[in-house]
Design a protein around this ligand. Sequence first.
Ligand code: NAD
Ligand code: MG
Length: 363
Amino acid sequence: MTTTRQRVCILGATGSVGTNTLDVIARHPDRFEVFALTAHSRVDALFAQCLQWRPLYAVLPNAAQANELGRRLRAQGVPTEVLSGAQALCELAAHPDVDAVMAAIVGATGLAPCLAAARAGKNLLLANKEALVVGGKLFMDAVHAGGAMLLPIDSEHSAIFQCLPEDRSAWPQRIDHILLTSSGGPFRRRDPGTLATVTPDEACAHPNFAMGRKISVDSATMMNKALEVIEARWLFDLAPEQIRVLIHPQQIVHSMVVCRDNSVLAQLGTPDMRVPIAFGLSFPERIESGASKLDFGTLGGLSFEPPDHARYPGLALAWEALRAPEGSATVLNAANEEAVAAFLPEPFASTRFTVSTPTRLPP
Ligand code: NAD
Ligand code: MG
């Protein structure tokens, strides 16, 4: 049983993963303490979170907005110090008083604070898959050099992680291949001839999850699964041919490990991000997550089918990028971020993070 509270820094606190993380933390005030909260543009949401959680630090990209948030918080008697700029994210992610960093920023822009947390040897709870996709070997080298504990939050990778023994040196001998499951997104049955005219709201109507808009679009195109294939390559040190994808519309089986003896291990549950988040926060223990129990009596059928590569042409690019020269996955991710940004009417995560004067934190 944990005796001291873990101090958690949440990068991207106002997003879908960030708010789910706070939901889990709220269930365990004896275990966790919110050290820092960061956001991009939802200043009022960050203000409300600071009122509730009273973190030591908060971060916004823009200096004027940060000053204004600090003023509003002081007026409420909240002593949170509000910092600004990308450098502050890195300094907080590596702060000596932080135990765990939830990386829940969307897009490659989250790479720098992830690297900072990895180099500082933190428990790094990785939702921000793009950071690992673009960082690749550099990211994993930082994890190993810093002695960080990399805990997958993506539900598929958490499922694989949960199916494997704690001793990582046993993984290569154990795994024949892995099966990443995917809902197939909202366009799984849509006439391919009409796909050119879909709207952002149609693309974001994910069948099972309410998520941020960028990952929702990626789920509709299955570029999300392509990024997850690359993410799995690094998390579990697999060859490209050891990673396969299956469409599983119910999203009850969150992914599977096919062992050397052809025994298949799966992790099941209701589709709820609080399960992988709670597992990442409490690893190697298990804590209450808030997710509802799976009711096998009313579940109905579970179905699986191979993905239709003609419908989802982006998916195969994952294996191509993994077999291509180093850096190809970074290019693939950049092309996807630009394409999604062009498709969505609002910016999903501006990489134009205003860098103001670097903040130096007290040690
Ligand atoms: P979201 O859009 O809901 O939230 C993104 C967060 O990042 C927000 O707090 C935003 O303020 C912050 N942010 C955006 N741009 C930023 C920038 N330039 N600098 C600093 N902060 C910035 O996204 P989400 O759905 O919570 O997804 C977050 C990450 O987790 C993504 O990488 C996504 O692929 C991954 N993920 C999400 C889910 C899910 O269920 N939502 C599941 C698996 C993985
Ligand atoms: Mg996923």
